[in-house]
Ligand binder design. Sequence first.
Ligand SMILES: [Zn+2]
Length: 149
Amino acid sequence: MTVEQKMTGEKVGYHFSITLESAIEVLNRALESDKSAISKLFLGKGVKCNEELAEDETIQIGRFVEDGKTYNRIRPLGLINGMFGISPETGFGPLAMVCQIGCSSCGWKASEVEHDEFENCPKCEAKLGAVEIIRFEPTKDEFMYGERL
Ligand SMILES: [Zn+2]
């Protein structure tokens, strides 16, 4: 759809007070249109960021280790969750991703219910991780693969 077509469509106009539900609707629509692209965008390594951003009151960053040194990284979910705030009990934002857990080396996939990202692949012993987003949804009490503050 071109910009001109979008400007005459049903959803034309700014939404200055978006809700969690409307954000989830847009993210799931993007996921439905191109699961591979959205999964790569949200599950990728992200971008290294400085301490000032890491110390932001609501934006969530991840930490990763490279060559024995720990870095902060920003990814889309942490930034979007920063718009909605964090739970005082858990430190999580209200927007979560439900992910397919699998092996990026050999392609093995766990069933949605029995995943454990800290186990190794039963076929090739590589470390398992989130390989694809299944859906975006509101955060539940348990860990849902949202990035923690
Ligand atoms: Zn494997």
